[in-house]
Ligand binder design. Structure first.
Ligand code: HEC
Length: 199
């Protein structure tokens, strides 16, 4: 009896130790995988600290999802929205933005005039006001960065430096205004007809 007891205690000890070793090894492997992912594959527009930049030539490289027209005020003008083709494919098949999806909103000054189509026809000009960029993050990669949270990275970029996010807190600068779109993952999808296929 005594021998068996001793034996089983040893066995339990061995099991406990191997469980601890396993757990440590797994979390190490997980953190290594995450480090690799942030640096190498997560997003070409996000550095290892979570700084977001404007994607180069997104007008050509990305898909135009739709345009808002704001008639007056500071935000007045055209708001053109873009995302990667892979993000659109992911959204069309699952109804959710895939991890790493980038959404860019470009604000342009508008002008209007009389054309052969009608009077007071509005169009976007070359003059940019600013850009908003959001990057989908399903893994909460940057818990200590105030521009990340609620499933997204949030950035405001001005024309002077397209590599700089001038917003320092998405909770202060962005979230309040996006509450009406909370049920659609904070995105105003009704302004994006391209998310539906033609047929
Ligand atoms: C004054 C309110 C307001 C603020 C502040 C605001 N947004 Fe928005 N945002 C909106 C509205 C409303 C839309 C859609 C309609 C429009 O563009 O007029 C929108 C659209 C967007 C879009 C295009 C995708 C979509 O939902 O249509 C992005 C990207 C975006 N916002 C990012 C941001 C980020 C990042 C911040 C903070 C740096 C921010 N917004 C701050 C109100 C706001």
């Amino acid at each position: 009896m005594i021998n068996i007891k001793k034996h089983s205690r040893k066995l339990i000890n061995a099991l406990v130790i191997s469980a601890i070793v396993c757990a440590t090894a797994t979390s190490y492997a997980e953190s290594m995988a995450m480090a690799t992912e942030i640096g190498e594959g997560f997003s070409p527009y996000v550095d290892s600290k979570g700084n977001i930049k404007l994607p180069d030539d997104f007008r050509r490289a990305m898909v135009h999802l739709g345009t808002w027209f704001v008639p007056e005020g500071d935000a007045g003008g055209f708001h053109d929205v873009y995302a990667e083709a892979t993000a659109v494919d992911g959204y069309r098949s699952t109804g959710k933005w895939p991890d790493g999806a980038t959404i860019v909103k470009e604000l342009r000054v508008s002008a209007s005039g009389n054309y052969t189509t009608g009077k007071g026809v509005s169009h976007a000009t070359k003059e940019i006001k600013q850009w908003f960029v959001m990057v989908k993050d399903t893994k909460g990669r940057f818990p200590n960065n105030q521009s990340w949270g609620d499933g997204w990275g949030w950035a405001l970029i001005k024309t002077g430096d397209t590599a700089k996010n001038v917003s320092t807190s998405y909770k202060t600068d962005c979230l309040g205004c996006h509450v009406p779109a909370q049920s659609t993952d904070w995105i105003y999808v009704e302004g994006m007809p391209t998310l539906s296929p033609l047929k």
